[in-house]
Ligand binder design. Structure first.
Ligand code: PFF
Length: 451
């Protein structure tokens, strides 16, 4: 149930609701679809190690920073900066988040649409002929079907955001996310029991540092930010719906742990199967869609597992897409003073137009290249590797250098229990460690600095 606070804004009704919504945002295609393929393209184990380092040293503090900014300001991402730093340029950080949200939802809805197609194929036993690669290629290169599923997915997202996030999704996320976790565990077991699977574990857990370059390190940072939903104000927006008595530190730790666990388990689910079933770990965005259907064919009860899996994957995607659209909708409705419904219609339809280009870049527009990348690729790279790290950098600088320490302390302590020790560590990270690390990785990764 959702209730309102005195200012009339919606709030999450329970502690668990906050975690379900924030974890729902974090856990999504980024963990199950993107993590394995980006890790696969960037060397596996060494990538994982760097990724984990970024999650702890940068991801968690940025997440906490976003939550506290939102809860203090009680505004959308743009309005939050304006309120906490009136008359300054800081609100541009919120605006950059809105731009990132547009790009992310445009390409994310392409993949979300794919999950619906795969759910449909699972139900109609479409993987049975076994050539899952050919099937995937012909589907993604099509025009009508991928676009149809993308639009259906956008409609679902808009419909939930339209009716207020907390009533529907918060309730379902609580049941469906744990179910997804159990199912992934079952699939890990099946994947690990295939003959030849240990090569997959070696790939994921034995670091080979020869693959690491500055570009790969930036990929790891981008993936960490993308997976945790940080750097674009999604968690500022969600933070603004969190009630004062909730402990933000605990929430951030729980969400980070859940997100990271699901990413690692996804790797354990995919890579043993990749090697055992004769796929290449670096086969890109199709990795999960080519390998998993084959894995289902090899599993007892695979027909039902496939349906359940793609259903839950669609749900995981949906709890993420609503948080992205919410950034845009909260911004439009509060800043332009229009109703939530109008804001949803405007936001979702303009993003859908952009999304058409992302989807068609696998087929009709596959000949179009920008800076050597497909339209989809450039959207993904710009959002995940440029806008999110840059957003994360500016957010920690804001909390470390601009916000009053007292405000930060109050938000983190719930006016009482915060241990000074934790506060000091957090403050050191947001003031020094995270900004320097993000700036160094970012500038090196895009080639502006040579360390
Ligand atoms: N964290 C989501 C995932 O891993 O699938 C994607 C995402 C959601 C990114 C919300 C950014 C965001 F604001």
């Amino acid at each position: 149930m959702s209730i309102s606070n005195p200012s009339g804004r919606d709030v999450f009704s329970s502690k668990f609701g906050v975690i379900a919504a924030a974890a729902g945002s974090a856990v999504g295609l980024g963990n199950i679809w993107r993590f394995p393929y980006v890790a696969g393209e960037n060397g596996g184990g060494a990538f994982l190690l760097i990724y984990l380092g970024f999650i702890i040293a940068i991801g968690l503090p940025v997440m906490l920073s976003e939550l506290l900014i939102g809860r203090k300001a009680q505004q959308n991402a743009f309005g939050s900066f304006r309120k906490l730093a009136p008359g300054s340029m800081w609100s541009l950080v919120g605006l950059m988040g809105v731009v990132a949200a547009f790009l992310i939802l445009a390409f994310y809805s392409t993949i979300s649409g794919w999950t619906l197609e795969y759910l449909y194929q699972a139900i109609s036993n479409g993987f049975a002929h076994g050539d899952t690669k050919a099937m995937f290629d012909s589907f993604k290169q099509g025009t009508f079907r991928p676009l149809m599923w993308q639009m259906i997915f956008m409609l679902l997202t808009a419909w939930i955001v339209f009716s207020g996030v907390k009533n529907g999704i918060e309730k379902y996320a609580k049941i469906l996310m744990p179910l997804l976790f159990v199912l992934i565990l079952a699939m890990c077991i099946r994947s690990l029991s295939l003959p030849g699977s240990s090569a997959g574990l070696d790939f994921l857990f034995k670091p080979d540092f020869s693959k690491i370059s500055m570009g790969v390190i930036l990929e790891a940072l981008g993936q960490a930010a993308f997976s945790l939903s940080i750097g674009m104000g999604a968690l500022i927006t969600y933070g603004s719906y969190i009630q004062k008595q909730n402990n933000l530190g605990k929430t951030a730790v729980q969400v980070t742990v859940a997100d990271t666990l699901i990413a690692i388990l996804s790797g354990v689910m995919i890579f043993p199967a990749v090697f055992a079933l004769g796929f290449q770990p670096d086969s890109g965005a199709g990795l999960v869609f080519e390998v998993l259907p084959k894995l289902f064919l090899e599993m007892p009860g695979g027909y039902f597992f496939a349906i359940l899996f793609f259903f839950l994957l669609s749900v995981a995607a949906l709890t993420s897409t609503i948080s992205v659209l919410e950034v845009v909708v909260a911004y439009f409705s509060e800043e332009l003073n229009i109703s939530r419904k109008k804001a949803t219609v405007i936001g979702a339809s303009s993003i859908s137009v952009l999304g058409v280009f992302a989807t068609l870049s696998f087929g009709d527009l596959s000949g179009v290249h920008i800076l050597g990348q497909s339209i989809f690729g450039i959207m993904e790279y710009t959002a995940a590797n440029l806008l999110l790290p840059l957003g994360a950098l500016l957010i920690v600088i804001f909390v470390g250098w601009k916000l009053k320490q007292l405000i930060v302390r109050e938000e983190l302590s719930n006016e009482s229990t915060l241990r000074v020790k934790y506060f000091k560590v957090f403050f050191f990270i947001v003031k020094w460690l995270a900004p320097i690390a993000i700036a160094a990785v970012f500038l090196n990764g895009i080639g502006l600095l040579k360390l």
